[in-house]
Design a protein around this ligand. Structure first.
Ligand code: ADP
Ligand code: ZN
Length: 741
């Protein structure tokens, strides 16, 4: 920092103007740049600036810090012709950077990850029919009036203007026909303003006939729209119609000229949601997820930034889209772990969505049948409102949940389905209804070992067993992707044909089903078997339309789907998530299994759920069977409160990693020695992470626990400043960790 008093101020000449520009790079802060005379810049403007011989796009962040010598100052090269970044968005970027302890530029990068959209979109060219009767037009173009050409000219008789592709599609002709008519002047081009191409969602259309409870909930949500920031939990059992209800809040926001943002945990699986939106609002919303083409990303980003697109639905990254007229945020399935981003800037999209709503002064709705404990506690202390939908829509009742004690009803040797579950499947199939078998484990078997020497097949890069995928004929690491063919002979003792698969994955359950119910049509549903969004949509359609009898799936089968014929859900291993010391193991297992159970009996036919367990007395299993959700949550909250664990206390994890174990250990030990001390602050570790090696990197963990009121960012900041870290070692800060691996 220079001392402003020490600098000679030249008389009469005003100091040249400077601004601070934040760049989308992990730098410590914004850099100063000179503004040449004649260039007018405001905070939020996108600008091109030089940086070490390159040209980089950044955002004018505010007045310059003034700590760079005049002579070293580089000029802003250009102001980009793009809608500036709103102040609320800039504050949001800073808020997240502070909270997650990330460089502001790293957060900014998420808010401008579509640089192509910062250049103006090329105008769209569309075509109109030239004046004159059909035969005259053809003659003038030197073309014979063939039936396809006539179809095009008839279609285009009185507008609207259409793009060539649309003309060909609607007239049912090839592109060649359209091109010839354009070349001959029978169709004439006009320029459409960029981004205006789509039609707005039509909020005036009547909604589905809402039940009394739904209508009351919709009314309550609608009143929030004009009232600025508020957080409302839409707490409704699975199948209650939460989506239909919050659609009315979206309609109310649109009616006031606002934009709406909807976050879903798994957008690739949201075909049904998109269809329902279209049924309600006549058009599809803009979508935001990793499967968009770069042209789609560019269009969507720009259309939202200019206010031409009104509603966007997306995965967590949609949180950073420009929405100048934002009027409502909805986070559906708010409890879902997929909202936590674990790489790069580590953030909880649900929590950050609340922050964005607050900074933008707009309401936010969190919807779930199994709200997170964080949200439940926020409701209890009055920070959040709650609107309840206690019953399923229409004639549907909640499914009956039965416990299958596996000690009393063991499956035959080498099998995974107990006789009770077997009978239930047969009964459902006999009634021509659908079955979902749920097991949250991909592949055929989670472990392969040698029957002779006990050698276990492990990933060379990770502390993890290799998972057999029998259909693919490979052993795979689910962490780093390492794969090899399934060995027949033991790589350790060379015994022949001794390698044995241990435990079930969904492929193995499918094998059993195929043996026992050879007539049944089945579909395996896991993240690695569904391909892209289009394939996923097709699978969902086939299940919906009853082209499948038995669905065998992992958690992707649990989420939000509505399958009218599905009446029977079998949970193959209800205990799977309960092992391990994870803070949220019970809560998460409850949420997941409750969601799975909620797929059963969503229409007239009653649903039935069987939970296979070796722990029939576990509180989670008990709560699932009795439906005593709120009592379970209350007990869980009590236990967390006693232990001063989140949401009653704060946790921050430090993950120290690097290729060299000794260097990693040294830093971890230093961190341990320099750990902050204080009355209510505790630091656990360093300890090898459960995945002590991941993708070839050694990993150690430390965990800081502090009271809610503690400014953990300040504590961590001071702590990290006390420890020297070589370049080869990385310390990742995870504020509010969800994963303890
Ligand atoms: P939730 O999200 O609460 O689990 P959904 O919104 O998916 O419930 O609704 C469950 C099913 O019931 C969906 O197929 C939905 O279209 C239907 N549904 C809900 N409410 C109504 C209604 N008022 N009229 C007609 N269908 C409804
Ligand atoms: Zn691996």
């Amino acid at each position: 920092m220079s001392d402003p008093g020490a600098r000679p101020v030249p008389a009469a000449t005003a100091a040249p103007e400077r601004v601070a520009v934040l760049l989308p790079l992990p730098l410590s802060g914004a850099y100063d740049y000179r503004v040449e005379p004649g260039m007018a810049l405001d905070a939020g403007d996108f600008v091109a600036v030089p940086l070490g011989g390159r040209e980089v796009i950044g955002v004018v962040w505010g007045p310059a810090a003034g700590d760079v010598a005049e002579t070293k100052l580089k000029p802003v090269l250009a102001r980009l012709d793009a809608p500036p970044m709103a102040e609320s968005m800039r504050r949001f970027v800073m808020w997240i950077a502070h909270y997650t302890m990330s460089p502001p530029g790293a957060v900014l990068r998420m808010a401008m990850n579509t640089p192509a959209a910062l250049a103006p979109l090329p105008p769209r060219i569309a075509y109109l029919r030239a004046d004159g009767p059909v035969d005259a037009l053809a003659a003038r173009a030197g073309l014979r009036l063939t039936p396809p050409r006539r179809r095009v000219l008839d279609l285009m008789e009185d507008g609207p203007s259409r793009a060539p592709g649309e003309i060909a599609r609607e007239a049912g002709v090839g592109m060649g026909v359209v091109k010839a008519l354009i070349a001959g002047g029978a169709l004439v081009p006009i320029e459409l303003p960029a981004g205006r191409a789509r039609v707005d969602p039509d909020w005036r259309r009547p909604p589905v006939a809402l039940s009394e409870a739904q209508a009351a909930a919709a009314d309550a949500l609608r009143t929030k729209i004009p009232e600025g920031f508020s957080v409302t939990l839409l707490d409704g059992v699975t199948g209650a119609g939460k989506t239909e209800v919050y659609f009315e809040a979206i309609a109310a926001a649109l009616a006031r000229g606002h934009q709406a943002l909807i976050l879903l945990p798994e957008i690739a699986l949201s075909a049904q949601w998109l269809e329902r939106f279209e049924r309600r609002f006549a058009v599809r919303p803009a979508e935001w997820h990793s499967d968009l083409t770069s042209a789609e990303r560019r269009w969507t980003w720009r259309a939202l930034a200019e206010g031409h697109a009104r509603v966007v639905v997306g995965a967590r990254s949609a949180l950073f889209l420009p929405l100048p007229q934002l009027g409502l945020i909805v986070v559906d399935e708010e409890h879902d772990g997929a909202f936590k981003q674990e790489d790069g800037v580590v953030y909880q999209a649900r929590d950050m969505a609340v922050v964005r709503a607050q900074l933008s002064h707009v309401p936010i709705i969190l919807a779930s049948a199994t709200p997170s404990l964080e949200t439940v506690v926020n409701v209890r202390v009055g920070r959040y409102d709650r609107i309840e939908l206690p019953e399923r829509h229409g004639a549907a009742g909640l499914p009956e949940v039965e416990i299958v004690d596996m000690k009393l009803h063991p499956p035959p040797r080498g099998r995974w389905l107990s006789p009770l579950l077997h009978q239930a499947i047969a009964a459902a199939l006999g009634a021509e209804e659908q079955v979902l078998l749920f097991l949250n484990r991909r592949g055929y078997a989670p472990l392969t070992l040698c029957g002779s020497c006990g050698h276990r097949m492990q990933c060379p890069n990770c502390t993890a067993w290799l998972v057999e995928h029998r259909l693919a004929g490979r052993l795979q690491c689910h962490h780093c992707g390492h794969a090899l063919p399934v060995p027949r002979d033991c790589p350790s003792c060379q015994a022949e044909g001794t390698m044995t698969a241990c435990g079930p994955g969904i492929e193995r359950v499918a094998e059993e089903v195929l043996k026992d119910f050879p007539e049944a049509r089945f579909q395996v549903l896991a993240s690695d078997t569904i391909g892209g969004p289009r394939e996923a949509a097709e699978i969902m359609r086939a299940i919906h339309d009853r082209e499948v009898d038995i669905v065998i799936g992992t958690q992707v089968a649990a989420k939000g789907h509505h399958f009218p014929w599905l009446t029977m859900v079998g949970v193959v291993d209800a205990d799977l998530g309960l092992a391990g010391g994870d803070l949220r193991a019970a809560e998460r297992t409850y949420q997941l299994l409750h969601q799975v159970a909620g797929r059963a009996g969503r229409e007239e036919r009653p649903g039935r759920v069987l939970l296979q367990t070796y722990m029939p007395n576990h509180p989670v299993i008990g709560a699932l069977a009795s439906g005593a959700r709120d009592r379970f949550l209350a007990l869980e909250a009590e236990a967390r409160q006693e232990a001063a664990m989140p949401p009653f206390g704060r946790l921050v994890a430090l993950i120290v990693s690097g290729p060299d174990g000794e260097a990693v250990d040294r830093v971890a030990r230093d961190l341990g020695r320099q750990a902050p001390r204080g009355d209510d602050i505790a630091v656990f570790g360093p300890a090898p992470a459960p995945y002590a090696v991941l993708r070839g990197r050694q990993r150690r963990r430390l965990l800081l626990k502090a009271p809610r009121k503690t400014n953990v960012q300040a504590v961590i900041g001071e702590w990290l400043a006390r420890v020297k870290t070589p370049n080869s070692v990385r310390i990742q800060v995870d504020v509010d960790p969800y994963s303890f691996l």
